[in-house]
Write a protein that binds this ligand. Structure first.
Ligand code: SF4
Length: 406
């Protein structure tokens, strides 16, 4: 071996060079674990067109970094967490809030209320090998009670509120002919994207809070009042398929009299971790129902978890208010050359036509907004979900095991 010079390598090991970047409300970067595979760059820059993560340095110094090597929380990152889903070594992960929630549950002065988003109940089972996409609503509710939450509510209740509020807002704007197109505001990744990239269009966003923020606001106002609880003693936890909701929960606009609407956001993965920490045999749990009244919903809100769900609900509301009858079906057409973008036209009883577009993935959002700015397209309603495929494929969902990937 000596003769052929094939065995004289002695690795020195890595020298710890970078501190953990945990200033973002949603995402933690640990560059010591990074193997520079570039998958996060591919999804952030090429698919999402955000470019909060990219290459830095040259030659052997090449590394994955942020613009100007600043912390991610100070960058144009939209917190969608799609980078987490493709990182094979855990160099990117969500900012954990599990201990905060355990502390609140242990605090006997706190009423700890949990709500769950529609996509969580179809993702959670994967963490317990129950099959991809299997609905585990009843077991999830049962597990949440066993973890010690005082009330288990359903974000679908507030999705119904969103449908009514956003439908009414669309009706008002259409009748006045102002601030059109109306753009959905329930995806915090999309909201941050438009703030950074298209600030001139901000007043087109719906003024409605996202469903979990609405439910938090209702819990700390009306529900607290009816139940005779001081809102300061209520701790609201949202279980979401999303890491951007962690950032959203901390936004100062989403508070009332110094109290945030939401106190902690956990991802589907973090909930699974809590269930495992408690040694609960999830697969064997009996099914239970949400608490009333904020666990009730029409079922329409369930479709919020999939792309197109918000637009479908809002357009139906407008039609049904004006026509006083149900709308049979909305026909969507794929936009040629753009996978992930669909259009629909809806004729209202007064003869007016509403044009809507639905897009998922921020690369597609950019194309839709650019087509409006250039005058090529004109719409009355726009639904955007930051994550490719919508919330069911959110950055907080279980990471699909390698053997199940196609
Ligand atoms: Fe969160 Fe859903 Fe938006 Fe993804 S698409 S950032 S999961 S709200």
């Amino acid at each position: 071996a000596e003769e052929y010079n094939i065995r004289d390598v002695e690795y020195e090991g890595e020298i710890a060079a970078s501190a953990i970047d945990d200033l973002s409300a949603s995402i933690v970067r640990d560059n010591e674990k990074c193997i520079a595979c570039g998958r996060c760059i591919s999804v952030c820059s090429n698919i999402q067109t955000v470019s909060a993560i990219g290459w830095s340095g040259r030659g052997f110094e090449t590394r994955v970094s942020t613009p100007y090597e600043r912390p991610l929380g100070e960058s144009n990152c939209v917190n969608c967490g799609q980078c987490i889903m493709v990182c094979p070594v855990g160099a990117l992960h969500e900012k954990e809030n599990i201990q905060d929630v355990w502390n609140a549950i242990d605090d006997e002065n706190k009423v700890v209320i949990v709500q769950t988003a529609p996509a969580v109940r179809v993702g959670l089972g994967e963490e317990f090998d129950l099959g991809v996409g299997e609905r585990v609503t009843g077991k999830m509710v049962s597990a949440l009670r066993r973890l010690g939450f005082d009330n288990v509510f359903d974000t679908d209740f507030a999705a119904d509120l969103t449908i009514m509020e956003e439908g009414t807002e669309l009706l008002t704007r259409v009748s006045k002919g102002e601030k059109l197109p109306l753009m959905t505001s329930c995806c915090p990744g999309w909201v941050k994207f438009i703030e950074h990239n298209y600030p001139e269009m901000l007043d087109h966003l719906s003024t409605c809070k996202s469903p979990h923020q609405m439910l938090g606001a209702v819990i700390k106002s009306h529900y607290a009042n009816v139940m005779g609880i001081d809102p300061k003693n209520i701790y609201v936890v949202s279980i979401m398929p999303c890491v951007a909701k962690k950032f959203e929960g901390e936004r100062e606009e989403l508070s009332n009299e110094g109290l945030q609407d939401i106190d902690a956001v956990l991802t589907t993965r973090e909930l699974a971790q809590m269930i495992k920490e408690m040694g609960i045999n999830f697969a064997k749990l009996e099914e239970e129902e949400f608490d009333h009244p904020l666990g009730e919903s029409t079922g329409a809100g369930v479709i919020f978890g999939a792309t197109g769900g918000v637009a479908e609900a809002a357009l139906r509301t407008v039609y049904e208010v004006l026509a006083e009858k149900d709308l049979e079906q909305i026909e969507y057409e794929a936009v040629r050359g753009l996978e992930g973008v669909k259009e629909a036209s809806l004729e209202l009883p007064n003869g007016q036509t509403l044009n809507a577009v639905i897009a998922h993935g921020l690369g597609n959002a950019r194309k839709v907004l650019d087509s409006i700015k250039s005058g090529e397209k004109s719409y009355d309603f726009i639904e955007i979900m930051a994550c490719p495929g919508g919330c069911v494929n959110g950055g907080g969902q279980p990471i699909i095991k390698a053997h199940l990937r196609d």
